[in-house]
Design a protein around this ligand. Sequence first.
Ligand code: FAD
Ligand code: NAI
Length: 469
Amino acid sequence: MIEEKDLVIIGGGVAGYVAAIKAGQEGMKVACIEKRGTLGGTCLNVGCIPSKSLLNNSHLYHQILHDTKNRGIEVGDVKLNLANFMKAKDTAVSGLTKGVEFLLKKNGVEYIKGAGTFATENDITVALNDGGETTVRGKNILIATGSEATPFPGLEIDEKRVITSTGAISLENIPETMIVIGGGIIGLEMASVWSRLGTKVTVVEFLGQIGGPGMDTEIAKATQKLLKKQGMDFKLNTKVVSGDKSGQRVKLDVDAAKGGKPETLDADVVLVAIGRRPYTQGLGLENIGMELDERGRVIIDSEYRTKIPHIRCVGDVTFGPMLAHKAEEEAVAVVEYIKKGYGHVNYGCIPSVMYTYPEVAWVGQSEQDLKNQKIPYRVGTFPFSANSRAKTNLDTDGLVKMLADPETDRLLGVHIIGPNAGEMIAEGTLAMEYGASTEDIARTCHAHPTLAEAFKEAAMATSSKAIHF
Ligand code: FAD
Ligand code: NAI
C-alpha cells in the first residue's frame, strides 16, 4: 500500500504525464501509473514522435534522390540503411521518454510501473511490471488511458503483413506494395514514409476526399494531387469490406461506394488506418459503475468530471479530437479545476497538422463547415508560388487560405498546405485565440523574405487585396 495521494493518474501518456507535472508544480502529492514500461504514451513511443522522425528522414532521402540536380548539387551513390534509419527514430524516442521520466522526478511525482485497475472509487490496484501488486489511494483520480488502433473486422493484425501504425513505424524491410485502408492522417503520413522509400502505395478511402475529419475540401484536393505526383495511388469513394491474409499476398475486397463494381486488391502489406478508439481495457470501470458512451468514451462534464465527481478524465479516452496537444491542454486545465476550481480549453482553436510533404495544417472552421451551418464568410488565398522565400527554396507548391466573417472581419478559419505549414499555423491559432480580424494580421509587419509573408498576404487578400498576387 502506497501513502494516499492528492491525485492518482492512470496512464503516463501526454494527458497523464502533463497532468502529473502540473499537479506536482501545484504542490500536490501525485502518483502516475503507467504499464508500458516507458512514459509518453502513444505519442512519444509509437505515435507523433517516431512517425515524425521517419517522415523527416524519408523526406530528406527522397529529396536527395529527386530534388538536388536543379539546385546545382550533384550527389553520388545514395543508399538507405533501413536499420540505421529506424535507429535514428529509436534514439529520438528514448531521449524524449527518459526526459519525461526526469521531469516527473523533478516535480516529485511517484511513477508506478504497472497496470492500474479500480478496486473502489478511491483505490487503484496496480499489477506491477516487475511482479507483485500494490494499491494506491487517491483523493482525486484521473483516467488518462488513451486510445488504440481500431481493428478491421476479420483481418487479424500481426504487425508484419497486416499492420497498424505501430507496425508501420518499425517494418524491417521495404515492402514492394502496400495498401492503406483509410486516407486519414495516419494513412497519409505512413503512406508518405513508405512511398518515399520505394514502396508502391495505394490508399483506399471510403469518403470522397482524403485527410480525415476537418480538412478543408479545397486543401484536401490540392493535397491529393501533390501526393499523387509523388507516386501514391488513390481509390476514393471505395470501401474495404473484407480481407484475407491466408495467401502469400494480403487480399482485400472493396466496394465502390458510388456505383462502381466490386473488385479484389492485393499487396504485400496492408496498413489498417481506419481511426482509433478509446482504451479502457483492464481498467475495471465495471467495478465502480462508470458509464461509457456508444463509442466507448468515458463520459465527462465540462470540468472533466465523470459521474463520480472526484474521478476525472482527459485525453484520447474521452471526447474531442485525438491529438497530443489537445490532451496536453486538457491535462493542465483538469489540474487547475481540481486545485483552483477553474480551468479553460478553447476547443474552437485546436490546430491540426498533417506532416506529409508539403505539410497540411488548419485551425478553426473549414469552408464546408461554414457552408453546412449557413454561416456567411469571406475567403482570401495566397499561393506559395508568389512568395519570395518559397521561390528561393524552389518549394512553391501550396497556398494559405483564410476564412473571415464578412461583417466583422473576424478570422473564422485558416487552412494551409505548403512548406512549414505546421509551424505557420501557430500564427493562425494565436490570431484566432485573440479574436483577430484579417485586417489585424494584414497590418502586422512580417519579416522578409519568409514563408510567413504568405500568411500576411492571405490576410490582405481576405480583408482587401494581396500585394504580390
Ligand atoms: P496515450 O498517449 O494513448 O497514453 C495512454 C497511456 O495509458 C498509454 O501509455 C497506456 O499504456 C497507458 N495505460 C492504459 N491503460 C492503463 C492502465 N490500466 N494502467 C496503466 N497504464 C495504462 N497527435 C498529435 O497531436 N500530433 C501528431 O503528430 C500525432 N501523430 C500520431 C501518429 C500516430 C501513428 C498515432 C497513432 C497517433 C498520433 N497522434 C498525434 C495522436 C496522439 O498520439 C494522441 O492524441 C496522444 O497520444 C493522446 O494522449 P493520451 O495521453 O490521451 O493517450
Ligand atoms: P481518421 O479518422 O483520421 O481516418 C480514417 C479514415 O478511414 C477515414 O477517412 C474513413 O473514412 C476511412 N475508413 C474507415 N473505414 C474504411 C473502410 N472500411 N474502407 C476505406 N476507408 C475507410 O483516422 P486515422 O488516420 O486512423 O487517425 C486516427 C487519429 O490519430 C486521427 O484522427 C488523429 O487524431 C490522430 N493522429 C494525428 C496525427 C497528427 O496530428 N499529425 C498523426 C496521426 C494520427
